[in-house]
Design a protein. Structure first.
Length: 550
């Protein structure tokens, strides 16, 4: 009975919504689906439903039980003007004909007194197959209209709808209201009489069903067949079918199915030690094909263009079960994908797999492809895997200075004596930017073992040939690391005395900055001696150094 109330409310709301919103709009689709659900529920109990118009309400008789189905004032007014007294809906009407009926009712509501058409003419023109209606006539008691005879029904007797309505109306208004009379308005309007946890369970099952991948189901069925059937020719055919559907999975960008196939094939090969060599080879060739750059490039291209990013779990599962040659392809695509969401998911997957398999990261660091090495350095900066430090040290001679510059940041992030020792070595790099970054990294790491090398560099006459940025970085690193012990080395340079003192004004100014970083009493005394230096560059540097609050 509750479904009849839903149906009448849906008809009335649909009449209003269809007048305001075009087909395909969210509002239109929502009310159309509600009508369809109400009718489908009714078909589980009855072969048809007949609604008789009584004022602004619809009355119904289901199995001899009179029902007040509810009010629909807007639709009722149009039907009365069109002389439609009764409406019968049969299975199949929920697909489109109920919508057609309401749209015709809407169009008839806009007709003027001079229009030749009326509601019955419009309904006749539609040609219904599953909707029947009874029309009052000024000349006869009644007649019936129907858009088709696919489901033949017994024609209604003239006046039958009025008699049925009269009987139900009398029951409704009777002071001794029959206990059998049902009013759908008294029912709870909620869709389900279920507990909250039951509704959540049903919703989760529906979501799980919609998320199920058809490709994965097919792959699962084929692999089950491979395991169950031992005949070589059947297994060979299964592998051939899997090889045939692989391009379709890649072409559809079905990452879930591709990852599932890679994982299951890998597990099958590892967990079946008695697998014949030819079958093991065939499955391995299938996994090898998935690991090839051509296949992965196609998959990544589609992922980059997809409206929603892939799930990190699917991407990680795929990478975990591919061959080691796939890891550089993933690193390369992290650089070239345009979608930020895809890049982020790809980064998470690479980090998860590299953390579990550091050998993949070491191999990527040994690549000659700059893009791959850059990606591997970013991962190493995040993961800080000490077992890959050997591969890092080998990169100090990489031809591209941009890679060597990134290497400095990675060595500094990883830390440890091995990495700091390599940073000391990179202080002699041929690229000035790399040298400066190395010096600053050593100062940040407070690596005092770099002091002898820093002193050697600061003593070199060629120091004057380096730009001011590098000169200052070297002196600042020395002052920060040496502390008070560095005053004896820095004072002669600032004051221009001794073998190391005869330097340019820029170098002397840098020495003043270094003494300011030392901050010890002897360092400040040395700075005060140079307050009246003849060179303005040195005087200014000394003034700033004395103002440092160390």
């Amino acid at each position: 009975m509750k479904d009849l109330g839903r149906l009448v409310r849906g008809l009335d709301e649909g009449f209003d919504v269809f007048a305001l919103h075009p087909p395909g709009s969210p509002e239109y689709r929502a009310i159309a689906e509600e009508l369809k659900r109400a009718l489908v529920s009714i078909w589980r109990r009855a072969a048809s439903v007949t609604l008789d118009l009584e004022g602004e309400s619809f009355l119904c008789d289901v199995g001899g039980l009179p029902v007040v189905a509810g009010a629909a004032p807007g639709l009722a007014a149009v039907l009365r003007r069109g002389r439609v007294r009764s409406l019968r809906l049969e299975p199949g009407s929920e697909e489109a004909e109920v919508e057609e009926f309401l749209r015709a009712a809407n169009r008839s509501g806009t007709l003027g007194p001079t229009d030749s058409d009326d509601l019955t003419t419009m309904l006749w023109d539609v040609g219904f197959e599953h909707v029947a209606y009874e029309v009052d006539s000024p000349d006869v008691d009644g007649d019936q209209g129907r858009g088709g005879d696919r489901f033949p029904a017994q024609p209604a007797r003239p006046g039958e709808a009025r008699e049925r309505s009269r009987r139900i109306r009398e029951d409704v208004r009777s002071p001794q209201r029959p206990t059998s009379l049902v009013d759908t308005e008294s029912f709870d309007s909620t869709l389900y009489f279920l507990e909250e946890h039951e509704i959540e369970y049903l919703k989760s099952e529906v979501d799980r069903e919609y998320d199920r991948s058809l490709g994965r189901s097919v792959v699962s069925l084929l692999l089950d067949t491979f395991e169950v059937q031992k005949a070589p020719h059947i297994r060979a055919e299964v592998v051939d079918v899997l090889d045939g559907i692989l391009p379709h999975l890649l072409g559809d960008g079905d990452l879930t199915s591709v990852g599932y196939l890679a994982a299951e094939v890998d597990d099958l090969v590892r967990k079946t030690p008695d697998l014949p060599p030819d079958e093991r080879w065939a499955l391995g060739a299938l996994a090898q094909k998935l690991s090839e750059p051509e296949a992965l490039n196609q998959l990544f291209q589609l992922m980059d263009e997809a409206p929603t990013p892939p799930r990190a779990s699917d991407l990680t599962r795929l990478l975990e079960h591919l061959g080691p040659e796939a890891f550089p392809t993933f690193l390369r695509w992290q650089r070239f994908v345009r979608a930020d969401e895809v890049r982020a998911v790809l980064g998470d997957s690479l980090a998860a797999v590299a953390d579990a398999k550091p050998s993949l990261l070491s191999a990527a660091l040994e690549s000659t492809d700059r893009v791959v090495v850059d990606g591997a350095l970013r991962l190493m900066t995040t993961l800080k895997r000490r077992e890959c430090v050997g591969a890092l040290r080998a990169l100090s001679s990489f031809p591209d200075s941009g890679v060597r510059r990134s290497l400095v940041d990675t060595l500094s992030a990883v830390g440890g004596s091995a990495c700091c020792g390599e940073l000391v070595h990179m202080m002699s790099d041929e690229d000035a930017e790399v040298r400066v970054a190395s010096v600053r990294a050593l100062a940040d790491r407070r690596y005092r073992h770099a002091l002898p090398h820093l002193q050697d560099v600061l003593r070199q006459p060629e120091l004057s040939d380096r730009d001011l940025i590098e000169q200052r970085a070297l002196f600042e690193a020395y002052g920060g690391l040496a502390g008070a012990e560095g005053v004896d080395f820095l004072a002669p340079i600032l004051l221009g005395k001794g073998r190391t003192g005869r330097r340019s004004a820029d170098i002397r100014a840098c020495a003043a900055v270094a003494l300011g970083l030392v901050g010890a009493p002897r360092a400040r005394e040395t700075l005060r001696k140079a307050e009246r230096d003849a060179d303005p560059v040195v005087r200014n540097a000394v003034t700033r150094a004395l103002r440092l609050d160390v």
